[in-house]
Each structure stands twice: as C-alpha cells, then as structure tokens.
Design a protein around this ligand. Structure first.
Ligand SMILES: [Zn+2]
Length: 320
C-alpha cells in the first residue's frame, strides 16, 4: 500500500480526496485498488505525522490493521442490505472516539440493494459534521442517480505495467510468469492477484512454452490441440501467452531486446527468433489475434485451434 501512495498519479488523487466532499464515490474495476485507496484516504486524514500518511503512527497503524474504532466497513462479505443501512444511520450520530472524523467505507456498492441505497440517501444529504462516506463501486450504473448527485465521484486511474509490477508482492518462484501475468492483468491489481492465484496459469504458461519450443510435426498438432481443449475456458489466457512470446521474438529481431517481456526465457526466445524471419513473426501474431474473433463466429473450437497450430508449425518449417 505504501508503494501505491508513492506513485504520483495516486499521490495526486489522494491530495484531491483530502479536500473532497463528505461523501465520495470511488470507481474502478480493481477491487483491491479501491480498498487500498479508501484506506490511504482515511490514513491521510487521520495521520498525526507531517508526512501523511506516514504508515507508522498509531493512527496509521490502526487503519492499516483494520482495527480503528472510527472506521466502519460494510458490504465486504455480501451486498449491503437495509439492515446495514440502519446500522450505519444509527452509528452516524455517535461522535468519533479516536479520530477527528468517523468513516463509513461501503464496499462492493454495485451489490447494494435499491432499498438499502434509498435508506442511506437522507443521511448522505444531511450528514453530521464529523461523518465521511466512502462508497466503493466497480460499476457506476449500479448506483442510484440520487446518491450519485449527492457525492463527489472519482474514477481511479489504472496502473501501467511497470507500476503494477512495482506494487505487487511477488512470491519467490513467480518470476517466470510475472511479465505475462502483468500483461494479462492490463493495469488491474485484483486481476493480477487472481491470475497468480490461478493454478492453471502455471500449466498454461508451460503448455504455451512447449508449443513454441517442442512442436515439431503435424502429428504433434493433435496432441497439443487436445491439451489446449482442456483449457477451453482459459483460451484468452493461452492466446495472450502465445502472443507475448511472439512479440518478444519480434522485439529481439528488431534489435529492441529491452522490450522483451519474458526475460527469464530470453535465451530460448533468441534462438527461436534467429530461426524465424520478421514477416513470419508478424503473420503469426496476426493469426493469433484473429483466433479470438474466429471463435466468436465459429463454434468449431478444435478446428480453429488446429488451424492456428498448423500456422505456427508452417512458420517453423518455412524458416528452416
Ligand atoms: Zn501516520
């Protein structure tokens, strides 16, 4: 979380939030980021250090450890219902004990019922001077317009790939798949977390690597095709992984090694890149890009995949 606050665009956002209205809506597809920004916002308000948030004063620590008495979190386990709204209203009149303000963090607001939202309306409209409402939502359309009009809305920026890598706490041994995972996560910390916790991601990475390294003849096409079919629901991940390998080979070919994403297999990619010409690499990338489209209109999954593998093999032969 410290690292997120160090990224300038999020630092600027926190500055804006600290002078925002008593009720704010934070909007992003990234659930982890939403919750992190909500915490950082509260820390920035309540930190006792000059460099707020300092992450080490008592207030910051309580907020980080989620045991601050004046921070109430709702909707984390399941969508907010009328009973939650009632509890919020009741508590909203009670003065803060520890902090200057009292904070109500309303998570997953896209799952809040209409009745629950309606019930909160009056309180958001006529708040106590010490109350702050932080609504976290992945889909703005799910928020009643009457609530939206009473709040200040902030759409959170996305991470770029480098930022995403810098904030994620990778485990040892994950290095190999990080770059592809980051690419696949497209700036979303929650998505990155899901991918790296998905045990299939490892298997898919190895399968794709094996396709580009070991697939030698048409008889092996069948073998790989049936392996891919097992991950039918993860086909996007397979295509993105394959693309990343070929993009890397193309980068090597163009003398732009610094662009290589899968640095851990750089030497293998170099060998492959040497064996292939630039036109063929571009053609394969185009082919992979087209597969998604084809699968949308063509129900013959195996046929489309066989065709792709055949093209990959053709390129290998043409260039030999
Ligand atoms: Zn602090």
């Amino acid at each position: 979380m410290f690292k997120i606050s160090q990224i300038s665009k999020f630092g600027e956002l926190l500055d804006k939030l600290s002078v925002a209205k008593h009720a704010i809506i934070l909007h992003s597809q990234d659930k982890i980021l939403l919750e992190a920004i909500a915490k950082l916002y509260v820390m920035k308000q309540e930190c006792v250090d000059q460099n707020s948030p300092c992450f080490c004063c008592n207030n910051c620590k309580k907020i980080l450890d989620e045991n601050a008495i004046d921070v109430e979190v709702y909707g984390k386990e399941k969508g907010i219902v009328v009973d939650d709204s009632k509890a919020i209203i009741e508590s909203s009149y009670v003065l803060p004990i520890d902090f200057k303000n009292k904070y109500f963090i309303l998570c997953g607001f896209e799952n809040a019922t209409v009745q629950a939202q309606n019930k909160l309306l009056k309180m958001i409209e006529e708040p106590q001077t010490f109350d702050k409402y932080i609504i976290l939502v992945q889909n703005l359309d799910a928020v009643l317009s009457t609530i939206k009009s009473r709040c200040q809305i902030f759409s959170l920026p996305r991470f770029n790939d480098e930022e995403l890598k810098s904030v994620f706490n990778f485990k040892i041994g994950e290095a190999k798949k990080i770059n592809n995972a980051v690419q696949f996560a497209s700036g979303n910390l929650s998505k990155l977390n899901d991918i790296l916790n998905d045990e299939k991601f490892d298997e898919i990475y190895s399968l794709c690597l094996s396709i580009i390294l070991n697939m030698q003849n048409s008889s092996s096409i069948l073998e790989y095709s049936s392996k891919i079919a097992k991950y039918k629901d993860k086909i996007d991940m397979i295509l993105e992984t394959l693309s990343s390998f070929y993009r890397d080979m193309l980068a090597i070919k163009c003398g732009e090694e610094y662009l290589v994403q899968n640095k851990e297999i750089l030497n293998q990619l170099k060998v492959l890149s040497n064996m292939t010409n630039q036109t063929a690499l571009s053609a394969i990338l185009k082919e992979i890009g087209g597969v998604k489209q084809k699968l949308k209109f063509n129900s013959n999954f195996n046929g489309v995949i066989d065709n792709l593998l055949l093209k990959i093999l053709e390129v290998k032969y043409l260039c030999k």
